[in-house]
Design a protein around this ligand. Structure first.
Ligand code: CU
Length: 139
């Protein structure tokens, strides 16, 4: 009897351990999964546009800006068109320095406390040509 009881208890502890390990994954996995997205500056077909020009991300995610066709390009977040209407926030997300050669890269990581909402960005040399994009940050 004693042997059965102790092996039952051991089995119970093993089950509990498995349950705790599995449930901790379930709880922590989503917040740990920060993503990186690529936005091309200039489309593959040589249009003066971002590709894609709209995307949806979560706070903590990163956008990698890849200089593609018809440079120079840069990335400037509109200080009036962000949820906080914050010039400082827009500036911290921007990369004003022109990228001259194809395959150059730079990136923007949206802090985990980024206010949710829509962020408009543009390329300074080609804003007039319609090189404007939008990031939607989910809450
Ligand atoms: Cu441009």
């Amino acid at each position: 009897m004693k042997i059965i009881a102790s092996s039952l208890r051991r089995f119970g502890i093993a089950l509990l351990t498995i349950f705790l390990v599995v449930s901790s994954f379930t709880v922590f996995a989503p917040s740990a999964a920060a993503e990186t997205y690529t936005v091309k500056l200039g489309t593959d077909k040589g249009m003066l546009q971002f590709q894609p020009k709209e995307l949806t991300i979560k706070p903590g995610d990163t956008i990698e800006w890849l200089n593609n066709k018809v440079p120079p390009h840069n990335v400037v977040f509109d200080k009036a068109k962000n949820p906080a209407k914050s010039a400082d926030l827009a500036k911290s997300l921007s990369h004003k320095q022109l990228m001259m050669s194809p395959t150059q890269k730079t990136k923007t990581t949206f802090p985990t406390d980024t206010p949710p909402g829509e962020y408009t960005f543009y390329c300074e040399p080609h804003r007039g040509a319609g090189m404007i994009g939008k990031v939607t940050v989910e809450g």
